[in-house]
Design a protein around this ligand. Structure first.
Ligand code: HEC
Length: 199
């Protein structure tokens, strides 16, 4: 009798723990910069080793001269680029890091107004979430996790609510996105990333 109880308890434990392990492993593989308990996002530690998706340059006209005063450089995991090129959409766990850099402009042997990046001004980070996680966090929704970081702290975001801090400025991306893009991928300004086009 005792033995039967023990065996059935063990069987019971095995059945409940197996799906638990599977979920833990899946979540661990989600994104390297997300705290799975709270949904807090950080700037991924190794993102500078990732390929760049593209660069945006911001020019100003100063007294008739054109000066580049800021660059926005966007990085993502190599696997995200590979996946997008094959399937035409961002995979769950895709991380997009946008660096904001101050810039200087000078005449060089290549041209009269050549811009170069100088110091870091901030970071915007997006994490693709196809499963609707962290429904209670105001940093998550519309298929992504959204955060801004000051260079002083890459672990703690200064943004509070993506619907206020991010969405209004990303609405125009919808009309610029490819017509057949997934609904939530249309928040991304993919026109600046030719590397995502199918090979
Ligand atoms: C002032 C408008 C504005 C705000 C506010 C804004 N964005 Fe953006 N974002 C843009 C534009 C425009 C681009 C592409 C061109 C550029 O960077 O100049 C962009 C690009 C990005 C990119 C690169 C991927 C892409 O969509 O092309 C990330 C990552 C990003 N934004 C994240 C965020 C997050 C997270 C927030 C909120 C914390 C946010 N943005 C708030 C306008 C904005």
């Amino acid at each position: 009798m005792k033995r039967t109880t023990l065996t059935s308890s063990l069987l019971f434990l095995a059945t409940i723990s197996l799906p638990g392990v599977a979920i833990a492993e899946e979540e661990k593989a989600f994104a390297p910069n997300v705290d799975m308990a709270t949904g807090e996002i950080s700037v991924p530690a190794d993102y500078t080793l990732w390929p760049t998706l593209g660069t945006w340059s911001h020019a100003k006209i100063d007294g008739g001269a054109v000066n580049i005063h800021e660059y926005h450089v966007v990085y993502t995991q190599p696997t995200t680029i590979e996946y997008y090129q094959k399937k035409g959409r961002f995979p769950d766990g895709a991380v997009l890091v946008k660096e904001l850099l101050h810039a200087g402009t000078m005449s060089m042997t290549t041209g009269p107004a050549v811009g170069h990046a100088t110091t870091l001004k901030g970071y915007f980070v997006l994490v693709r979430d196809t499963k609707g996680r962290f429904t209670n966090s105001p940093l998550w929704g519309d298929g992504w996790g959204w955060s801004f970081f000051d260079p002083a702290d890459l672990k703690k975001t200064t943004s509070k609510d993506y619907k206020v801090d991010c969405i209004p400025c990303h609405v125009p991306a919808k009309d610029l996105a490819p017509r057949n893009a997934k609904k939530d991928d249309k928040w991304i300004y993919t026109l600046g990333y030719p590397v995502l086009q199918k090979k």
